[in-house]
Design a protein around this ligand. Structure first.
Ligand SMILES: Cc1cc2nc3c(=O)[nH]c(=O)nc-3n(C[C@H](O)[C@H](O)[C@H](O)COP(=O)(O)O)c2cc1C
Length: 197
C-alpha cells in the first residue's frame, strides 16, 4: 500500500507543489500540537555537522537556520512528510577547539525545523533546516549538532508575501515552545543522547 510518505520520498528529485497560505489557514492554528506524550515515530534522534543554507533565514526572516547533513535529511525523509516540526537541539564545540562555543551556547534548547523545499524561495533541493531558539554568541556553522525531533506543527506552505512567512514562523516558534512545555517533552531535554557539559 502506498502512503503519503512513500509518495514524498519517491518524489524527492523535484519540488512538488505546496498549498498557498491563506488568511483562514492562519486563523485556525492551534497553540499546542501533538499528544501529551510523544508517540511513534517520535522521538527521532539525529546528529551531524551543521551546514550553511542560502543565508536568507537570518537576514531576511530574522530566523537563522542550520541545515542538517544529507544523511540526516535522508533518514528523516524516510519517516516524516515535509512540514514544520519542533523538538530540542544542542550544538557542541569543535573537538579541536573546546572554546569555540561558550558553556551557555552548548546547552539543550527548543528548536523548530523546516523539512522540505521552501516553496516561497522555490528551492530545487530538499533540506532540513533547524532554527534553535537561543541567541548564540558565536557562529556555529560546521559544528556538531544533536537534534531530537518530537512533534509536527504544520505542513509546508507557499507564500505570496515574506511578511506572511515571517508571521507563520513566529507562530511556529510559539507553538513549538508551548508544545514542549509538557512534562513528557521536557524530560527529553535531559535524555542521555544529549551531551552533559
Ligand atoms: C520554523 C520554520 C518554518 C518554515 N516554513 C516555511 C514554509 O512553510 N514555506 C517556505 O517556503 N519556507 C519555510 N521556511 C523556510 C524558510 O524559507 C527558510 O528558512 C529560508 O529559506 C532561509 O533559508 P536559508 O537559510 O537556506 O537561506 C521555514 C523555516 C522555519 C525555520
Amino acid at each position: 500500500m502506498s502512503t503519503d510518505i512513500d509518495t514524498q520520498v519517491a518524489s524527492n528529485a523535484s519540488r512538488p507543489e505546496a498549498p498557498v497560505r491563506t488568511e483562514s489557514s492562519q486563523a485556525v492554528r492551534p497553540e499546542i500540537t501533538g499528544p501529551d506524550t510523544p508517540e511513534a515515530p517520535y522521538p527521532i534522534f539525529l546528529e551531524g555537522a551543521t551546514q550553511v543554507g542560502f543565508g536568507r533565514g537570518g537576514k531576511e526572516l530574522g530566523c537563522p537556520t542550520a541545515n542538517l547533513p544529507e544523511e540526516s535529511l535522508a533518514s528523516l525523509s524516510s519517516v516524516l512528510p515535509t512540514g514544520v516540526y519542533y523538538g530540542y537541539a544542542q550544538v557542541l564545540s569543535k573537538p579541536d577547539d573546546e572554546s569555540s562555543l561558550s558553556t551557555e551556547d552548548r546547552a539543550v534548547f527548543p528548536m523548530v525545523m523546516s523539512l522540505g523545499w521552501n516553496p516561497y524561495y522555490k528551492n530545487e533541493k530538499k533540506s532540513a533546516e533547524v532554527h534553535v531558539l537561543h541567541e548564540f554568541k558565536a557562529d556555529f556553522y560546521d559544528h556538531h549538532m544533536k537534534v531530537a525531533v518530537l512533534g509536527y506543527i504544520r505542513p509546508e506552505l507557499d507564500y505570496t508575501t515574506r511578511e506572511a512567512l515571517i508571521e507563520d514562523i513566529e507562530t511556529d516558534k510559539r507553538v513549538g515552545i508551548r508544545s514542549l512545555d509538557r512534562p513528557a517533552y521536557q524530560e527529553l531535554a535531559h535524555n542521555p543522547f544529549f551531551t552533559l557539559s
